[in-house]
Design a protein around this ligand. Structure first.
Ligand code: FEO
Length: 398
């Protein structure tokens, strides 16, 4: 993918990874990009590198604009390996005057690459560095989503180079939001938020406040993954505001695993009850839906209705995987209940209810257990459970 001038004198020189599918447990069926930005001013700055296997693609793109040796500053907004993997070779070739990073960034670079001899320059929020005609202002975004994370703002261009923030895992031949389907782009951005940034939501709210306090006017947001927000920067900031407040819609999710389809029959009957109350719902069998797609649905759902058969005094393995993942991502403001079929011991509903409580979900009903296959009466109780949850989702009480 050739370089693209995203603003006058600012070039995208990153790499598109069409073939990656896993991002530490987050399924990215459309690949991703590692965005890197070159600013050849009086001082030449490169913002962020790429994943190690793409180091040559990055150097190749830089060479189309300038000899890599002419780069003075490498700005490391974030040390995670998808942006820093190419750094050792890049730094060997470039021999930059400064490697600019946050204090935590310096610590993380040392812990990753063990190079005391690199020319670190530590910056903090509000600090500025002039490149000649352009000024970079730094904004630390600690724990968004690593301790080292920061963003770089180029004042004269009103451009925010936002590291992982506002990104999406989507490999495309296009580079800008106005060149792709906006609805699809927001689905990818929501998935990114739900799977990476959700546990840090209070900090996202504070970040938006600090941007307002610093009076940063933003004309373009260039994240390190996916499309650049040229046309709709305010729309993605608004969406981040909504997601960070963990606002929910009148939507219920039935997330389940089934052994011999008895739990599935219960799931369908609960869905009937939700449908009778006119509530939007989704039925998510964990054998067919990846944990990261389920999390995207969880982002704005009001009700989590979890189902599992009992297996060896426990729950089904894909449900255990889902709960482990979901707990870490800390969704808030949900109501929930549990259901499941069992043979003789029947612990699943208790385990699921305990997991909901641990996630601070308001358990609205003790849930339903059915021994072996559900009877007509059992299914009727499932429908009633669905109706009750539907009324609660609508805010009309149980
Ligand atoms: Fe894209 Fe946190 O790395």
């Amino acid at each position: 993918m050739k370089p693209i001038e995203i603003k006058k004198g600012i070039h995208w020189v990153g790499a598109v990874d069409w073939n990656v599918r896993d991002f530490h447990g987050y399924f990215i069926p459309k690949g991703t990009t590692y965005n890197s930005f070159l600013v050849p001013d009086q001082k030449v700055a490169l913002f962020d590198a790429v994943k190690a296997p793409f180091r040559n693609a990055l150097l190749h793109n830089i060479r189309k604009i300038i000899e890599p040796r002419k780069i003075d500053y490498i700005v490391v907004n974030h040390v995670e390996m998808d942006h820093s993997g190419a750094l050792p070779e890049l730094i060997d070739q470039v021999q930059p005057e400064k490697i600019i990073c946050s204090a935590m960034g310096k610590k993380a670079l040392l812990q990753h690459f063990h190079r005391e001899d690199w020319p670190y320059e530590v910056v903090e929020t509000g600090q500025e560095i002039s490149l000649g005609s352009k000024t970079i202002q730094f904004l630390e975004t600690r724990m968004l989503h690593w301790p080292d994370s920061m963003m770089s703002y180029i004042k004269e261009d009103k451009l925010l180079i936002s590291s992982d923030g506002f990104g999406q895992h989507w490999a495309t031949s296009e580079r800008f939001d106005d060149e792709v389907d906006l609805d699809q782009l927001f689905v990818h951005a929501a998935k990114y938020y739900a799977n990476i940034l959700l546990p840090f939501s209070p900090l996202v709210g504070k970040l938006i406040e600090s941007v307002q306090k610093l009076g940063l006017e933003i004309d373009m947001i260039a994240p390190d993954h996916g499309l650049i927000w040229r046309q709709n920067p305010s729309k993605i900031v608004e969406a981040y505001g909504r997601w960070s407040r963990q606002e929910t819609r009148k939507k219920a999710l039935i997330i389940y695993n089934t052994m011999w389809r008895s739990t599935e029959k219960m799931a369908m009957a609960i869905a009937d009850g939700l449908g009778q109350e006119g509530v939007e719902f989704k039925i998510l069998n964990l054998n067919l839906n990846h944990r990261s797609d389920v999390m995207t649905e969880v982002l704005d759902a009001k009700a989590l209705i979890l189902g599992s058969s009992t297996l060896n005094n426990g729950i089904m393995p894909p449900m255990a995987d889902m709960l482990c993942y979901m707990k870490g991502l800390k969704p808030l403001h949900k109501i929930g209940t549990a259901f499941g079929s069992y043979g003789w011991s029947g612990e699943a509903v208790k385990i699921l209810t305990g997991a909901l409580e641990e996630m601070k979900v308001d358990v609205a009903d003790p849930g339903l257990r059915v021994q072996f296959a559900p009877t007509h009466e059992d299914l009727q109780k499932c429908i009633e459970l669905g109706q009750k949850m539907g009324r609660l989702v609508k805010g009309n009480g149980g």
